[in-house]
Design a protein around this ligand. Structure first.
Ligand code: TEU
Ligand code: CA
Length: 574
């Protein structure tokens, strides 16, 4: 495996609208981010992923882009963006942008021109198709509910949108469109962004026959992802994109890929993969086994552990993935992956440790470092997110009461990750002096940055130590390239693994259960590297882990162990 500049970095996702408001309009902005760069530096962050900050009507909170070359005035100006870039660079930090090129906003000039001339050249930037027997061209349901096809006014045609109707899909079969996108990507790379998080990119390849699929819901439609999963050829587009853009700049790219086909992983993240890496959504996908949020299975610890372990073992054979416990589309990780009794500072530190020391590049989502949790939502009107409102409808149409549907949304809504970052116990959690665009989590007085900065034993200060351990000169290589080896899998409540590289072996062991567990150590312990119970005594022969305890131990020598890629024996080439 060739060594890459981003391999040993720690990344942080900012959802700008909820991060920090600098001008009192209740909306987070670029100057707010600049004001917090030193805070992120002290946390040990290297790479910052900005969710979209482009001009947008915000139907899907900026994932509906109306001008790829302009900063949304709600977030600030291009000068302020350039200042953010410069200030990040001064601190040795990298900025990656969110690249949303499966679709644009219906307010984008391309789409407006297409509507004006439905048979003109811009109509071919999109998928304009005639209906069938008075119906839409196919029976696809969008990710946000309803048909994927919207009538083109004044015509007998429809346009395709796999997300909201305000997000028309871009026609990647059109080389002119692709070139327009490549020019835009290179313009941002030329400005000095270090790369991109790439949005929903698996959806760009369509089956141009738009065949119907077996309906899978009360609406008589079929999930649009069935078409995505059934068609080949996305790789050709992704290679074309990479060769014409990222490759020229050694850019770091992390793709959001659901619905990847079996056996395609190496093509996506291998040494010559389409992307530097992709997110590991395997644990998040456990919630997608129902018809919607209302019947999404609750996370079972052993199933979660097995899923994480299998993903680690599969990926280390061909590359790296990006590890998360949450993002702007998911509920808060602490609320989702920890049982109620573990939703404490100790449990939060435990979950963070298990995630950040896995093999792969860790992404911390804003507020995760202080243990932010799901909010309490009292009515569907309190929500902003279009996906949540759709899921509420799905639940009600499935016969759930308002209360039951609200419980499902409260558990799964993306808005749980979009409540403002809790900076202090002051009004609006110190996020804004104005009226916040979305409600602040009511627990901000007990969970906030300012109080935790003053507490050496806080979640925040533990995360600082955790990131420092991962990046320390002594352990950087083993945590970056070390082989992942699961252990104690026959236990009902332990999640534990070794990281092994050359003669180093580290044990990460966590007890997600309620009861204390005694474990027979397999290797002599040299010392305690990190403990969420502040333990310093190294265990001998037997290790005792209390409920919600995690410990990181340096174990005795191990024989020449591979760097975890392509099995044992392979070493990283400098
Ligand atoms: O999310 C993509 C997305 O949600 C689907 O690709 C995914 O398959 C589905 O949700 C699985 O449940 C990205 C952004 O992260 C999200 O915020 C946007 O709403 C969406 O794309 C549209 O841009
Ligand atoms: Ca603002």
């Amino acid at each position: 495996m060739n060594r890459k500049w981003w391999h040993d970095k720690v990344a942080y996702q900012i959802y700008p609208k909820s991060f920090m408001d600098s001008n009192g309009d209740g909306i987070g902005d670029l100057c707010g981010i600049i004001s917090k760069l030193d805070y992120l530096k002290s946390l040990g962050i290297d790479i910052i992923w900005l969710s979209p900050v482009y001009k947008s009507p915000f139907v899907d909170q900026g994932y509906d882009i109306a001008d790829y070359y302009a900063i949304a005035e709600e977030f600030g100006t291009m000068d302020e963006f350039d200042e953010l870039l410069a200030e990040a660079k001064k601190r040795g930090m990298y900025i990656i942008m969110d690249l949303v090129i499966n679709h644009c906003s219906d307010q984008h000039e391309w789409f407006q021109k297409a509507l004006a001339e439905p048979d003109g050249e811009y109509a071919d930037y999109f998928y304009f198709r005639k209906g069938k027997n008075g119906n839409p061209p196919s029976n696809y349901r969008s990710y946000f509910g309803g048909s994927c096809w919207e009538p083109v006014p004044g015509t007998d045609k429809y346009y395709l949108h796999m997300f909201a109707k305000e997000q028309p899909d871009l026609n990647w079969e059109n080389p002119k469109l692709r070139q327009e996108l490549y020019n835009m990507v290179n313009w941002w790379l030329g400005k000095g962004v270090a790369g991109f998080r790439i949005d929903a990119i698996i959806n760009i390849k369509k089956n141009l026959d738009f065949p119907d699929f077996e309906p899978d819901g009360a609406d008589g439609l079929a999930g649009c992802w069935k078409m995505v999963e059934s068609v080949d050829g996305v790789g050709e587009f992704l290679e074309d994109l990479k060769k014409n853009t990222f490759q020229k700049y050694d850019a770091f790219t992390v793709a959001e890929v659901f619905n990847m086909k079996e056996g395609e992983l190496a093509e996506f993240i291998g040494d010559n993969g389409h992307f530097s890496t992709i997110f590991d959504f395997s644990a998040h996908s456990l919630s997608m086994e129902g018809h919607g949020w209302y019947d999404a299975p609750q996370i079972d610890f052993k199933k979660w552990r097995e899923t994480v372990i299998n993903a680690q073992l599969e990926v280390q054979a061909c590359g790296f993935e990006a590890n998360i416990i949450e993002n702007h589309d998911e509920p808060r990780g602490v609320s989702r992956f920890l049982p109620k009794y573990a939703q404490t500072p100790a449990g939060t530190k435990m979950l963070g440790t298990v995630s950040l020391l896995l093999r792969g590049i860790p992404f911390i989502y804003q507020g995760q470092e202080i243990g932010m949790q799901n909010a309490v939502w009292n009515s569907i009107e309190e929500y902003d997110d279009i996906s949540t409102k759709d899921q509420y409808q799905i639940a009600r149409e499935a016969g759930l009461t308002d209360e039951e549907a609200l419980e499902a949304c409260g558990r799964m809504s993306r808005d749980n990750a979009r409540t403002p970052v809790q900076w202090s116990d002051q009004e609006n959690a110190g996020f804004t002096t104005g009226i916040p665009w979305i409600k602040v989590n009511s627990n901000y007085k007990s969970i906030n940055v300012e109080s935790q900065e003053k507490d050496a034993d806080s979640v925040l200060n533990y995360y600082c130590r955790l990131v420092a351990v991962r990046k320390s000169p002594k352990y950087k290589k083993v945590f970056t390239y070390g082989k992942f080896v699961p252990v104690y899998q026959n236990s009902d409540t332990i999640m534990a693994y070794y990281r092994e590289y050359e003669n180093q072996r580290i044990l990460v062991a966590a007890n997600f259960g309620k009861d204390t567990v005694e474990l027979q150590l397999e290797h002599p312990v040299r010392g305690v590297i990190l403990s969420n119970q502040n333990k310093v005594e190294k265990p001998e022969q037997v290790m005792i882990l209390n409920s919600c305890e995690v410990i990181v131990l340096e174990c005795g020598d191990c024989k020449a162990i591979g760097d975890g890629v392509f099995g044992s024996g392979e070493h990283v080439n400098d």
